[in-house]
Design a protein around this ligand. Sequence first.
Ligand SMILES: NC(=O)c1ccc[n+]([C@@H]2O[C@H](COP(=O)([O-])OP(=O)(O)OC[C@H]3O[C@@H](n4cnc5c(N)ncnc54)[C@H](O)[C@@H]3O)[C@@H](O)[C@H]2O)c1
Length: 552
Amino acid sequence: MQAPITYSASPSGEKFPLPQKEEYATEFLNISKLAENARKEGKEVVVVMGVGFVGAVMAAIIADTVDSQGKPSKFVIGCQRPSTRSYWKIPMLNRGESPVKAEDPEVDRIIARCVNQKQTLIATFNSDCLELADVVVVDVQCDFSKRELGNMKTGEADMAALEATLKTIGQKIQPHCLTLIETTVAPGTTEFVAWPILKKAFAKRKITSVPLLAHSFERVMPGREYVSSIRDFWRVCAGCDNEARKRVEKFLREVLNTKDFPLTVMDRPIESETTKIVENSYRATILAYLNEWSIFAERNGVDLLKVIKAIKMRPTHSNIIFPGPGIGGYCLPKDGGLGYWAYRHILGFDDGDDVFRITPTAIDINDTRALHVASLTRDALRNMARYIAGADVLLCGASYRQDVGDTRYSGSELIVRKLTEMGAEVHIHDPYVEHWYELESQDEYPAPGHSWQRFFHNQDHLADTKVLKDLPEALNGIEALILAVPHTEYKNLKPDDVVKWAGQPLAVIDCFGLLSDEDIRRYFELGCEVKALGRGHIQRIKKEVRRAAPKN
Ligand SMILES: NC(=O)c1ccc[n+]([C@@H]2O[C@H](COP(=O)([O-])OP(=O)(O)OC[C@H]3O[C@@H](n4cnc5c(N)ncnc54)[C@H](O)[C@@H]3O)[C@@H](O)[C@H]2O)c1
């Protein structure tokens, strides 16, 4: 009897049947032929494990590589688990379509070019393709699961996908193949977890040579420069031994623009791994540190936006940034956690709590900062003699940063969840986000049991969330407007239009320093209430407007 067909659905709802057992052999045969032809043409065969946000684009960048004569020099096989969650990425890639939605038009172009014209990129579900590889690039996820909201220390690294991938690699690669881990990992993983897995597998296969293993992390940045942020950006790498180091250096110099963006080669993978964790913890820390000054500013008539602008004039302090309602993105909320966890669980130290006092606190502050926005919304409504329970609130901006559609761990999600718990009716607008999967698919996304819904009550109906696109229409009847992300569309909003579209004066909550002083003044003149993260001078403007208003 044939097994029932199971489907994997793409985000747009297109359904792809999962491959059946008997399809594996034919698939491998076809790929072997393509790889053989490619090798005859002098191309190196590269397998990219995991064609997610990073892997799909990295695979295309490698497939786009040319030699000194301008001839394509790599043949790339993107390999992805045929799970119901992820299988759809394979048939999509094989049609020349990007499985990643990006604001950068080059993502679609480079994937279409490599699949359809150059024919240097294909995707498969059959991990036997590893047998064909000269180089394997690992781009599967390594998560850090937090058990409590605002307590990173009780979380743990989830290396299951990475370890499973490495086991498969060890079972299948040829002895000369270089394995390059690009995944952001807990420091020590490459040498003390991954290398032993590969060595054990080699020993089992009676291979006497040492597996060639290296690490080089990604610094990809969602947005309009997505491809460039991988290809034309400074990289760091290290190999487990001299041979691996030479191989990884050669490979990265071939596929990336290391001429304009010099490559840093480090002595050991733990140094490359630590670089990634430290640079992201540094960014998380300067944002968290400003949280206390943001509250100070709110309570003492200070506009933090102007303070930051004034500080930025000093070239030595030019990278100070205004802290929005949380940190967001896939990396910054988790990477420090990987470091803290590694110190004990990979490297064997018991005094993590004495040593790590800043990084965990920073992550905890960033993870909970958005809750303050819900309090500000409640207070603003109360000042207008309205109540949060039952209030119609419009949240503008679901993504974690301006002018991108990436919603992973956005502060906005926490704002929605907290307000929902408080009984508000929250509506969502975002010009860049089609579906907010963290809400719409909250039982499965980002993974079963991992949704932030677990930290809040009364969340079930958020699965019916629709992201609205027409701002004037979305504002109709709204009592509180939260400007959560500084998307361009929100920066130019005129208070008179907003009040007209809402049909009434409303509470406006500015989370990212979007409102000018003139906007704030005008909102008050129109009978609105305004509150903002870090902008204590609003009270002064409010008093001035009240004083100037004619008494009747
Ligand atoms: N996305 C970013 O903005 C970003 C930036 C810098 C670094 N990184 C790092 O890059 C790494 C990958 O992140 P991502 O955003 O691409 O994750 P992702 O979840 O989008 O992609 C990972 C892919 O690997 C697949 N996978 C899991 N197990 C597999 C297996 N055993 N065999 C084959 N495929 C498997 C998953 O199905 C998924 O498609 C992470 O370590 C992340 O921290 C991400």
